[in-house]
Design a protein around this ligand. Structure first.
Ligand SMILES: [Zn+2]
Length: 138
């Protein structure tokens, strides 16, 4: 509760890597963050860890319910369910922009990388070398 200044700031969910807010946990692949309440759901209704599809379904249903319940009063908080991937807000576009597997089963580029991991690793290494100037020794 001492974090009022940081929680009041609007998080940058999809910005560049060094400015992106990570509202969730880095060690959990898929979760759903409920803004406003700042709740993070790690398990689906059956108690199983989310996969992308289950997380999207949970978020969609939650958002539909929140929209239906919203009374429009200015003091009523607007609540969204946001799918998180490794703690970061997920969108297929942002995952690709950050060079991460988007998790979509039928995604062309990502499924190619899954089928040919050595090619993906070589591309990732080349990308890391190109960005080496910004890395620190830490
Ligand atoms: Zn993809």
């Amino acid at each position: 509760m001492t974090d009022q200044t940081t929680t009041r700031l609007r998080p940058r969910l999809f910005g560049p890597a060094d400015e992106r807010t990570r509202p969730g946990y880095p060690d959990i692949e898929w979760s759903v963050w409920i803004t406003g309440m700042d709740d993070i759901h790690e398990l689906d209704e059956d108690g199983q860890p989310f996969d992308l599809l289950a997380a999207l379904q949970f978020a969609a249903e939650y958002n539909a319910g929140a929209a239906a319940d919203y009374d429009g009063h200015p003091y009523t908080p607007v609540i969204h369910a946001v799918v998180l991937h490794w703690g970061y807000a997920w969108s297929q576009k942002s995952e690709h922009a950050h060079g991460v597997d988007c998790g979509v089963q039928r995604c062309g580029p990502c499924s190619f990388d899954r089928d040919f991991p050595e090619v993906a690793a070589a591309r990732k290494a080349a990308r890391a070398t190109a960005e080496e100037g910004a890395s620190d020794a830490g």
